[in-house]
Design a protein around this ligand. Structure first.
Ligand SMILES: Nc1ncnc2c1ncn2[C@@H]1O[C@H](COP(=O)(O)OP(=O)(O)OP(=O)(O)O)[C@@H](O)[C@H]1O
Length: 651
């Protein structure tokens, strides 16, 4: 008996040891898997592959359906097609990361954070959300309608994080951060931060130095999370949103928040520039399922067409074709640098778990797998040494001087030699040196010197060109005559906002702010205005005595996307951008006319042909609920009638 007991405990011990070594091996296996994934990601980074994170939306309240998501294992996901059995019914996909339905916004952001942070190191970054309508793109990028701090999306967190990091680095770097927000609606690019109510079409331009950009979109400097919140609210209010059978607050446009960052290394004087696009694409949809007609149908067709163009671009890039059809849509033009350039690009692919969406889910994931095979090459660091910058400025000043000499306006410079002889410091950095690093929300419209902003196009405008003078300039121009300067009391229709802007003199080419105050009005209490404002003002008027305003749009399309090879290499030629006041924007956007709360749920059998790679929306649930389980648009849902009469709503 004793012998049996001994044998038994010995066997138990052996079993225990086996179990222990098995557990050890299993944990080792998981460590190896994790390590492999990290190495895989590093290789992907080195190749510059587009990263793809997949996110699965949870079932929404009231939804009754079985999930198509079979198994999630770090970067792998298996989709089960209920109507098929065995192997045919299971499809596995592999991505850099898969976030299950219970993943929080915090977890999603944590994995995105390193990429976002590289903007501060001078990299261009693009994060875009893709997926069928109602799959959670806006939720990931911005957050839900009733947002709390926990449910804030990538956009808010990204900017908050950039501010925090910039603050931590302030002993070694000073950063300036400015944002633009645009949407592509029915193949038109529009400013979401408009403050003047004019919803004019914007152009996407290409510039050899700064890449793809939308120079006429409002560029607003931000210095705190509060600034960002206000701006985003404005942007979201202005974004075109409408109700369909599949999503009661469906984005009817692609939106793009662009963050421009410029940093100055205080030790070396090096300048780094980074630019980040945060793109919330409109969802692909099958119009027979979204039941749209009229305006909504037109929107859906535009959405599907542009997503189809995106599919074509991805296919060309994946196959390493010599020709990539970027020009087939505004969306692909805008994303050109991020898809084919030297940016770090991440796509969030979203899927819905419902079984009736399985067709769209599989085609979405196939598309996403293809995206992950696109190799962009190593991302490029946008860094410029202080000396190079200085030399570029010198060259530019000399070029400007020569142009002015040619245009016969030299005398202005000579007569005002005293004022111009002082080389003006960059207002941004002079402020910083004085320790006023952050702007108050009301000061967010601080204008940027052109070379102090990220990838914004340089648009040479000889008429307005008035650069920082140097002794070279004096030598060059001393012998010339020039026409006299206009009277400083000339009344011009200079548009100013409610708040006075900290005008940064000779860098500003274009001012679009609210209200019609003449300069005379404005001069009434202008004791705080810097001298260089007047220099700028005069220089702007010198050749156009009664120039009505500074905000005239440069109609020179010489370096429009269609002539993508044109080169504007002068680093400090005048930039044209709108600098909007947050407050004035708030006022404007707040004054929009609200559309009567009507619901658009029109039946249609029409189908929009779309690219095979682009998934379409799934069928409306037979129980009368829409597919995503959302209730029909309630009367309280705020919808807007935009200035051009389109329906839009608060997303
Ligand atoms: N991860 C999530 N957790 C909880 N709710 C979510 C999640 N993702 C999405 N939702 C909810 O699902 C609904 C649809 O999401 P959302 O509007 O973000 O989809 P979308 O892909 O942007 O749609 P569309 O393309 O039509 O604009 C919203 O009510 C949103 O709050």
């Amino acid at each position: 008996m004793e012998f049996i007991q001994m044998k038994y405990s010995e066997d138990l011990n052996i079993l225990g040891r086996h179990l222990f070594s098995l557990a050890h091996a299993a944990s080792g296996y998981h460590k190896v898997l994790e390590e492999n994934r990290k190495l895989y990601n590093q290789v992907q980074d080195l190749k510059g592959s587009i990263r793809v994170y997949c996110r699965i939306r949870p079932f929404l309240p009231g939804q009754v359906s079985s999930s198509t998501v079979g198994c999630i294992d770090d970067g792998n996901i298996t989709i089960i097609t209920p109507s098929k059995s065995g192997k045919d019914g299971r499809k596995s996909f592999s991505f850099n990361k898969v976030f299950g339905p219970s993943s929080t916004q915090d977890e999603v952001f944590l994995d995105t954070q390193p990429l976002i942070r590289s903007v501060l190191d001078g990299y261009n970054v693009c994060i875009f959300a893709y997926g069928q309508t109602g799959s959670g793109k806006t939720f990931t990028m911005s957050g839900p309608k009733n947002m709390t701090e926990q449910t804030q999306g990538v956009n808010y967190r990204a900017l908050g994080d950039l501010f925090n990091l910039a603050e931590k680095r302030k002993g070694t770097f000073v950063y300036d951060i400015a944002v633009q927000m645009i949407e592509i609606y029915n193949e038109q690019v529009r400013d979401l931060l408009i403050s003047d109510g004019l919803n004019k079409r914007l152009e996407i331009r290409n510039n050899s130095q700064n890449g793809i950009n939308v120079p006429d979109a409002s560029l607003v400097r931000v210095a705190s999370t509060m600034d960002v919140m206000e701006l985003m609210n404005i942007g979201h209010r202005n974004r075109t949103v409408g109700a369909t059978a599949l999503n009661d607050r469906s984005s009817r446009s692609h939106s793009c928040l662009t963050v421009h960052v410029q940093g100055k290394d205080l030790t070396s004087g090096n300048i780094i520039r980074g630019c980040m696009h945060l793109v919330d694409l409109a969802g692909s949809e099958r119009v027979d399922k979204s039941e749209v007609t009229g305006e909504r149908l037109k929107e859906a067709q535009h959405i599907n067409k542009s997503l189809s163009a995106l599919g074509d671009v991805i296919a060309s890039l994946a196959q390493k074709n010599a020709h990539v059809p970027y020009r087939n849509s505004k969306l692909t033009q805008l994303l050109q640098d991020s898809l084919g350039g030297q940016a770090k690009t991440l796509m969030f692919v979203h899927i819905s778990p419902e079984s009736d969406a399985v067709g769209e889910t599989i085609s979405t994931l196939k598309f996403a797998e293809r995206v992950s095979t696109v190799e962009l090459g190593a991302a490029r660091l946008n860094k410029e040494s202080g000396e190079v910058k200085e030399l570029k400025e010198q060259i530019s000043r000399l070029k400007t001087a020569l142009q002015m000499k040619d245009s016969g306006s030299e005398q202005n410079i000579t007569r005002n030699s005293e004022a111009l002889n002082t080389k003006m410091p960059s207002p941004v950095f002079s402020n910083r040196r004085q320790g006023s690093c952050d702007l108050l929300p009301g000061q967010a419209n601080f204008r940027q010197p052109m070379e102090d902003v990220g990838n914004i196009e340089v648009r040479p405008n000889p008429k307005l060109r008035q650069k920082k003078p140097s002794f070279d300039l004096q030598d060059l121009l001393a012998s010339n005559d020039s026409p006299s300067w206009p009277d400083s009391n000339s009344r011009v229709n200079f548009q100013m906002g409610e708040e006075r802007e900290t005008v940064c003199g000779d860098w500003v080419d274009k001012v679009v702010v609210n209200n019609n105050h003449s300069l005379g009005d404005w001069e009434g209490d202008n004791t705080a205005l810097p001298d260089f404002f007047y220099q700028r003002y005069h220089s702007g008027l010198r050749d156009e005595q009664q120039r009505p305003r500074f905000c005239s749009t440069n109609t020179d399309d010489s370096d429009d996307i269609d002539v993508a090879t044109s080169d504007s290499s002068e680093s400090d030629a005048l930039w044209q951008f709108n600098v909007s006041s947050i407050n004035s924007s708030v006022i404007q956007s707040g004054s929009k006319i609200k559309k009567p709360q009507t619901k658009i749920r029109e039946a249609s059998d029409t189908r929009t042909p779309s690219h095979s790679q682009i998934p379409s929306a799934s069928r409306k649930a037979s129980n009368g609920q829409n597919r995503s389980g959302r209730q029909p648009l309630s009367g309280s849902d705020s919808r807007r009638l935009s200035s051009n009469g389109r329906h839009s709503g608060t997303k």
